[in-house]
Design a binder for this molecule. Structure first.
Ligand SMILES: [Zn+2]
Length: 250
């Protein structure tokens, strides 16, 4: 069948074949083998690039969960995005979150539409650091891991305006100081101003969120909290996040 997909990852497999992980609009996240992809310019034409929006012709294999990829055609290669290492890093980070947290062969049209529109946005405009964090929060929400900023996940009560909050990776949200326990493990302080912005921007669309600014300390707090949160969810390292941290990308 033909299916619109976004390539998440590719790996050489022998001399001529390529192993490809992709997110299909109709089939969900899948892995497949593109036979002779590196040789057949007619069927693939070097089109199996991570982050490209493609049309794939796929066929189920009997023996395992992999599919055969017989042909591919690029719909959007996101060439502008590829000129910026920061944009590539963010897009690959989102792709890795999808690879890691989405079960195999489980179609999720809202997730596909989100990632497609995010890549298009990254390709055609420059998102501010606040906007990028909002996109990350939206993605986590679609994946079923929305962190909570409105009420304390332990006691259920709101965090009062002006009150310092502690982001607990274990509880998945901002808690009152009194609600933290030693088992919470990693916690990150969120100052009242940072918390207010995090709450406010989540109610806005992409355009309106562009007008919001956050001071470097606030961005740092949110980044630290979210990085610790996704690592906790993963139970290990997220490679693209390590890269972003090493490069000190905003
Ligand atoms: Zn509480």
């Amino acid at each position: 069948m033909l299916t619109t997909s976004i390539i998440l990852q590719t790996k050489d497999r022998g001399e001529a074949d390529e192993f490809v992980v992709f997110l299909s609009k109709d089939l969900g996240r899948l892995a497949g083998i593109a036979k002779n992809a590196k040789r057949s310019r007619i069927r693939f034409a070097g089109h199996l690039e991570p982050l490209s929006l493609v049309e794939l012709l796929v066929r189920m294999r009997r023996k395992d969960d992999l599919v055969w990829i017989d042909e591919s055609q690029v719909l959007d290669g996101h060439l502008n995005l590829r000129n910026s290492i920061q944009k590539i890093a963010w897009a690959r980070y989102f792709g890795e979150l999808i690879s890691v947290f989405v079960p195999d062969a489980h179609p999720e049209p809202p997730l596909f539409e989100f990632f497609k529109s995010f890549l298009n946005e990254m390709d055609t405009s420059d998102l501010t650091p606040v906007q990028l964090i909002i996109e990350e929060l939206r993605l986590l929400g679609i994946l079923g891991y929305a962190p909570r900023f409105d009420a304390c996940p332990v006691c259920g009560e709101a965090i009062a305006p002006g009150e310092h909050a502690h982001f607990s990776v274990y509880s998945g949200g901002t808690c009152h100081e009194k609600c933290l326990t030693p088992t919470d493990g990693i916690t990150v302080n969120l100052s009242p101003g940072t918390l207010a912005v995090a709450r406010r921007v989540l109610t806005l669309d992409r355009k309106a969120a562009a007008r919001f600014r956050l001071h470097p300390q606030g961005l740092h707090e949110l980044r630290t909290a979210l990085s610790a949160f996704v690592k906790h969810l993963r139970g290990g390292q997220i490679n693209s996040l390590v890269f972003m941290e090493k490069m000190q990308l905003p």
